[in-house]
Design a protein around this ligand. Sequence first.
Ligand SMILES: [Zn+2]
Length: 275
Amino acid sequence: MAVIPCAEMMPIYGRIDLQQKRGARSKLLDETSYETVKRDLRPAAITAIPNRVYDLYMSRLAEDGMFFYPFYKVKMTNGFMHNEVPAKLDDPSSFTSGCITKEIEVAKELKRLYGIYRNKDSSKKTTKDADKKIGELLGYPDCCCEFYSHLENYDPVYESALGGDHSFFNSELYCLNSDPALFQHLRYFGINIIPWFPCSYSCKESRRRSEVWFNVMKSLNLQLAEEILNLLKKPSTWDLYNGQVLITHEDFLGYVTSYFPKVRKVVHFNQGDIK
Ligand SMILES: [Zn+2]
C-alpha cells in the first residue's frame, strides 16, 4: 500500500451536520442497494458483511426471501478504499464480501466472474468481459458497463465527464448539461444516488434507472434522500493530482487518497458554461 487510505470532509461553519450525517447517508445507500434486490428491481447486489453482524444479517435476508453467497474475506480498513485487502479466515475484524440475491444461478455466476476479475493471470480481454457481465448482473445499464470495462485502474470521475457535454478552460473540464443524480465525485462521503459509474453524466439509461433508485431511497428516508440530491446539485470541483483528490464544494472541503494519474485532472460540476 503506497498511502494510508483517507477520505476526510471539513464543512463550512454551521454545517457540522454534514459530518454528523455521514454514517446515516452511507447506511441509506446500503439500504437502498438491499431494497433494489428485495423489490426485484435488479438480480443481485454486492455487499461486504462485518463478522460481528453476520448472523443478524443472515436472518434478515431469510425473512426477506433472499440469501447471501460469500466470495472472499477482506480486511476492515479506515477511509475510502479502491482496492480490497484480503483477510485471513480467522481474522475477527474482517468482512465477508459476496452477493445478495434470490437466484442461486445468478450468485454462482457472479462468484465465477469475480474469480476471473480478481485473478491477476486472467488476460485483459477476459477481465474486461467479466467486468462487463458483473455490471449487467448488478443491474447497471449496458452502455455504462461497456464504458467501465474499458477503463484502466483509476478513479473514473473525469472519464465519465469526458463522455458527455463538456468544455475546457485552462485544461480544466467543465461538465455541461449533466444530471446531478448521476454524479460520483462526492461518493467518498456518502453523497451519491447510483452506485455505478455512468458512461456520461447525461446517460439516458442511467437517468431512467437513477429515478428508480431515488424513489427507493426516498421511500426509506425522504428527508435524507433529498438532502443528498441537493448537495449533488450545488457547485463543486474535483481536483486529482499525485494521488490526492481535493474537493471544493459550496458547503465543505474534501480530501481523499486516490490513484496516481500522470496528469492533473480537474472537473467542475454545476458551474455552467464558462463562456
Ligand atoms: Zn450509459
